[in-house]
Write a protein that binds this ligand. Sequence first.
Ligand SMILES: [Zn+2]
Length: 113
Amino acid sequence: MHEMSLCEGILDVLQQQAKQQQFVRVKTVWLEIGKLSSVEPDALRFGFDMVMQGSLAESATLEIIEVDGQAWCFACQQQIIIEHRYDGCPLCGAYQLQINDGEQMRIKELEVA
Ligand SMILES: [Zn+2]
């Protein structure tokens, strides 16, 4: 399950930040997940609890913020919202799209102690 390794990546970041900013516990993690990132929020939640066990983020709350997929449609010359990576433009059906948001997975904010 690739969500497990994503959670291990999150833990690495938390540990680095803890060193830099000198906190010892993470209480809440706000994670931004783009709808085009192919990350399953439910699987991620599950993996998160397992991976964080015994770490500085044990029993931390994971808040997932889903970000819409956004793309530029060359035919319509405007910004559109897409649900899936290989969707066409909802307005004109064209597939010539430049995706510019919704592929990310990143830590947006932390509540620490
Ligand atoms: Zn279009």
